[in-house]
Write a protein that binds this ligand. Structure first.
Ligand code: FPP
Length: 243
């Protein structure tokens, strides 16, 4: 089935994705888990391309959670290497499509060579304004909110902020990437119905799209299907439907 992109009336400004199912995709084919992640990296590339094509401004992918450090060292190492090789493979596309790279998460916990490689691309793309590609790396939403609380507490202690001024906006302003609009759409692949500590604050009003497709099989066509489903949703933010 191919999607008529002209029929999409609403294009979300920001789409967040939980890329799940690489391991199962590999297992079903008798491949190693890392081969599943490698194929998954091709899906990241496909989604970036599709998002740029229809004008989605922000794409956030959950590439590595704080919990993922508990995976076998070989898999963690393989994922870190894959990040670097993926950047090498498609940095040019970031330039071609005016895409800025940003990282959200515990950047300092990443191995130094990985940090250096990421920083190089972040610096080289920092001036692009059409699209932003955010990779959540060593990311956990509860830690992010706790870090925001700590930063606010320090400011109150230093007299730079008053307790009475703490509100939703000031908390949002102390998250890892202040100024990035909340995702209107969150996609999770491989059928799991969980948030897995991903963007708990930012996804408060987002539409969720869950597909049974494993991440390595999630490409342009599947992304457009998710946008089509988003177009059929009616977002009311707790209000009543407008006549
Ligand atoms: C979850 O599948 C996937 C991950 C933990 C890693 C996702 C990372 C990539 C696709 C690497 C490329 C990323 C970028 C940004 C280039 P899983 O291993 O939990 O799958 P399973 O539930 O089937 O075991």
């Amino acid at each position: 089935m191919s999607i008529d992109l002209q029929s999409l009336e609403k294009i979300p400004q920001h789409v967040a994705l939980i890329m799940d199912g690489n391991g199962r995709w590999a297992q079903e084919r008798g491949l190693s888990r890392i081969e599943g992640h490698q194929e998954g990296a091709q899906s990241v590339r496909a989604v970036l391309r599709a998002a740029a094509q229809v004008g989605v401004e922000y794409i956030t992918v959950y590439a590595f959670s704080t919990e993922n450090w508990k995976r076998p060292p070989k898999e963690v190492d393989g994922l870190m290497k894959l990040l670097v090789s993926s950047l090498n493979a498609y940095e040019q596309e970031l330039h071609d499509n005016n895409i800025r790279l940003q990282i959200m998460g515990q950047f300092k916990r990443l191995p130094l060579p990985v940090r250096m490689r990421l920083q190089k691309t972040m610096d080289a793309t920092a001036h692009y304004t059409d699209h932003t590609f955010i990779i959540a790396l060593s990311y956990g939403s509860r830690t992010e909110i706790a870090d925001a609380a700590k930063a606010i507490a320090e400011k109150v202690k230093a007299g730079e902020m008053k307790t009475k001024d703490i509100d939703e906006q000031s908390i949002a302003d102390h998250l890892y990437l202040p100024g990035v609009p909340d995702p209107e759409l969150m996609i999770r692949t491989s059928g799991e119905l969980r948030l897995s500590n991903f963007l708990l604050w930012q996804l408060s009003y987002s539409e969720f799209y869950i597909t049974d497709t494993y991440w390595p099989d999630f490409r342009e066509e599947q992304f457009f299907q998710a946008l089509e489903a988003f177009n059929d949703r009616d977002r009311r933010y707790g209000g009543v439907k407008k006549k």
